[in-house]
Design a protein. Structure first.
Length: 166
C-alpha cells in the first residue's frame, strides 16, 4: 500500500472457476463483527462428562429461525446440520439435483449467506456480521462426515476452551 488512504486488499478465498451453485455440500462459517458474543445466554456445564448447557439469546433465536427458513426460501437447498455458537455459525449446506440428477435452479452459496445475513440484521436492527464468510467445498463422504461431527462437537469444544479465552 503506497497510499495511506487506500484500504487493504482482501484476498479472495473462493476457489477460482468453481460454480458455487453446483450440486454438492458446503461447510459455511459466518462470524459476528468483532467476534462479539451475541448468540448465547447462560453458558455452563454439568458435572461428570462435560455437556454444554446454554440457551440462545434473542439474537441467537433470530439467527436460528433464519437458518431454518433457508430450505423454505430455496427449494434446491437444505441445511443438513448447523450450530449457532456465541460469536459464529456453522452450517452444512447442500444443493440438490432433480430426479434425473440435473442441478435444480439454485442460488450460489454467496447468495444464500447474503440473504441470511441480511434477514438477521434486518430483524435485529443493525448488522451483527463481519464482512464475508468462510466456506469449504465438501468433496467426499468422509469430508461430509468429518464436517458433521465438527459441527456437532463445536459447542463442547467451545466450553472446554473457555478458560483459554478468558
Amino acid at each position: 500500500m503506497d497510499n495511506i488512504n487506500e484500504s487493504p486488499k482482501r484476498k479472495n478465498i473462493r476457489l477460482k472457476g468453481y460454480d458455487y451453485s453446483a450440486v454438492g455440500s458446503y461447510h459455511v462459517t459466518i462470524c459476528t463483527k468483532n467476534k462479539e458474543h451475541l448468540f448465547w445466554n447462560n453458558v455452563g456445564a454439568t458435572c461428570g462428562r462435560p455437556q454444554v448447557e446454554y440457551t440462545l439469546s434473542e439474537y441467537g433465536r433470530i439467527a436460528d429461525n433464519e437458518i431454518q427458513r433457508i430450505t423454505d426460501i430455496y427449494d434446491a437447498v437444505s441445511v443438513d446440520k448447523y450450530v449457532v455458537m456465541p460469536n459464529h455459525i456453522h452450517m452444512l449446506v447442500s444443493i440438490q439435483a432433480d430426479e434425473c440428477g440435473r442441478p435444480q435452479v439454485a442460488p450460489t452459496i454467496s447468495r444464500i449467506v447474503q440473504q441470511f445475513k441480511g434477514a438477521v440484521s434486518k430483524q435485529i436492527g443493525f448488522s451483527v456480521w463481519q464482512k464475508g464468510y468462510i466456506d469449504h467445498i465438501i468433496r467426499a463422504q468422509a469430508d461430509y462426515d468429518e464436517t458433521w461431527i465438527y459441527i456437532e462437537e463445536n459447542p463442547i469444544k467451545w466450553f472446554l476452551k473457555k478458560d483459554e479465552r478468558t
